[in-house]
Design a protein around this ligand. Structure first.
Ligand SMILES: *[C@@H]1O[C@H](CO)[C@@H](O)[C@H](O)[C@H]1NC(C)=O
Ligand SMILES: *[C@@H]1O[C@H](CO)[C@@H](O)[C@H](O)[C@H]1NC(C)=O
Length: 511
């Protein structure tokens, strides 16, 4: 890569020398060399970043700190105070769903009515939109997002099964409000939900059973399948691949005509029609795996950032003084331009994957946009994960279930929420799939390359992934974000409660 960049730099240099030959050559050469050198320096930085093993304990140092001589910012102070507190933080379960004090939705509901009845497309489609219908010019970063009706007529004969890797019940309670809305029996597209037990406590199991006996679970609509360690025992690296619980889990999805949607238990928001959009894209046969547009995602958060979707949120003074208060962050700017929160498009990025505070910024932005009905800014349309091929990034893959890690190269993307058919797994090398994370590494890496098929993401299929393992402690200790997502989902379920279906859909903050 370095070599290619270098060659590019030289090509530029000769071009500029020719074009500007009237100018002083010495000065010019100097200029060009400076810029060429920067390019290569940048490349080296990027490379060493990619090659660097994420440090154990991973102190979330700001990416921008280019030298140690730079004085610590207030933000870095905050980080270190959080770091200090994290060691002693009382991690007792504090994710119950009592009424939360934090206000997620403060929108004037007039917005909803207005948009729901409006015929003016928000995002300025030139085909149907006339300027004189706008009271004020549209702001590309603050569009009034439109709700679209969808009868799912084209998906009537398509069987859709959601497979939830189950699960922490404090997150699943949130997830289930959206999945219930999307059930075929409530006018959605999901025929069945499989709760694939992966890791659970006694209370989590009780919750799964409670779901089973609920009205929605009747007629086989819900099913529990047990792939837990309790049932299967610890995975041995040298075990027969088909005896491994992760392999069993995927191989249990064996209906050839079904579109499966894999859902992580900590997905805490699903946009209306998201699942239908994934299924439709899969049926177009253009992509191998079809991902949702995932908020808090190693690859897609960088896309969101570049679209200006993230707002300039910052912990308040009070929160900085006392992180235990878990106060909502405050919006300082329309757009996040802080060098402290620069999100890299990289499978093992620090910001977002390893830093809870980057997740907090992303979540604050999402909730703020949910409240003012501008979530469609996150919609990038369509994204090709493999445009740069199958070996775009170099990183360390960790396989915790066999306690192994190794260098690898791939275009890896987090598989929190994606659609596929059984045939898409043909050719998977199951002997590389031991447990958590290995499915993602194999599917999005070597398997995609062997199949020579690109995977893609659908922008309209917006979902929120609450946390990577490395973000969880900080998010739970210093924010009430999970409670705020819980609150948001309760509003959805009110609107979508069976028999109380609102055809215009839901925009952010219904009454
Ligand atoms: C599909 O998987 C189920 C559950 O693992 C199994 O009982 C069934 O025999 C499988 N069917 C086929 C056709 O492989
Ligand atoms: C599958 O992976 C194993 C372990 O990495 C390797 O030894 C084997 O050759 C691979 N099989 C195929 C068919 O690529």
């Amino acid at each position: 890569m370095s070599g290619r960049k270098m060659a590019l730099g030289l090509a530029c240099l000769s071009g500029q020398v020719t074009w500007l030959s009237a100018l002083g050559r010495q000065v010019l050469t100097l200029m060009v060399f400076v810029s060429g050198d920067q390019t290569n320096q940048h490349d080296r930085d990027r490379h060493s970043m990619a090659n660097r093993e994420p440090p154990a304990g991973s102190e979330p140092a700001a990416n921008s700190a280019e030298g140690s001589s730079i004085p610590r910012t207030a933000y870095q102070e905050l980080l270190s105070s959080h770091q200090a507190a994290a060691g002693s933080w009382d991690s007792k379960e504090d994710t119950s769903h009592s009424a939360s004090g934090s206000a997620v939705c403060n929108t004037d509901l007039a917005v909803e009515e207005e948009v729901a009845t409006s015929t003016v497309p928000a995002s300025g489609d030139p085909g149907t939109n006339r300027d004189d219908e706008h009271e004020s010019p549209a702001d590309p970063l603050n569009p009034a997002c439109l709700v679209r009706k969808d009868s799912y007529k084209d998906l009537k004969a398509v069987r859709v099964v959601a497979v939830v890797f189950t699960g922490r019940r404090d997150r699943m309670r949130i997830l289930m409000r959206y999945l219930r809305r999307d059930l075929r029996k409530h006018g959605g597209v999901v025929d069945k939900i499989v709760f694939a037990l992966w890791q659970y406590t006694a209370k989590d199991l009780a919750y799964a059973k409670e779901l089973m006996s609920s009205a929605d679970g009747a007629q086989g609509t819900f099913e529990i399948q047990d792939f837990s360690e309790q049932r299967w025992g610890r995975t041995r690296m040298d075990a027969d691949p088909t005896s491994k619980r992760m392999v069993q889990l995927y191989q249990s999805m064996n209906e050839t005509e079904t579109v499966y949607v894999k859902v992580d238990d900590d997905v805490v928001y699903i946009a209306e029609h998201a699942i239908a959009e994934l299924v439709r894209e899969r049926l177009r046969q253009r992509c191998l795996f079809v991902s949702a547009n995932v908020v808090n995602h190693a690859i897609m958060s960088a896309l969101h950032q570049d679209r200006g979707a993230h707002r300039g949120f910052w912990p308040t003074e009070e929160q900085q003084r006392n992180p235990a208060l878990r106060l909502p962050w405050a919006k300082r700017e329309d757009i996040n331009t802080s060098p402290d929160f620069r999100i890299e498009r990289f499978p093992a990025s620090r910001c977002v994957v390893e830093r809870w505070d980057c997740a907090a910024l992303v979540h604050e932005s999402f909730l703020d946009r949910a409240a003012d009905n501008t979530l469609c800014v996150f919609n990038f349309g369509w994204h090709d994960f493999n445009r740069v091929g199958y070996r775009e990034h170099r990183y360390i893959h960790r396989s915790p279930s066999i306690n192994k890690e190794y260098w690898t190269q791939g275009a890896r993307w987090s598989t929190n929420f994606f659609a596929f058919k059984v045939e898409d797994l043909d050719g998977v090398n199951w002997s590389n799939v031991h447990g958590k994370g290995d499915d993602e590494e194999e599917f999005t890496g070597p398997h995609s390359e062997r199949r020579d098929r690109h995977s893609c993401a659908v922008g309209a299929a917006l979902v929120v992934h609450f946390s990577y393992g490395s973000q969880e402690e900080g998010l739970m200790a210093y924010t009430k974000l999970l409670k705020r997502y819980d609150k948001l989902s309760r509003r959805v379920s009110k609107v979508w409660a069976p028999g109380a279906r609102v055809e215009s859909g839901w925009l952010g903050c219904p009454p």
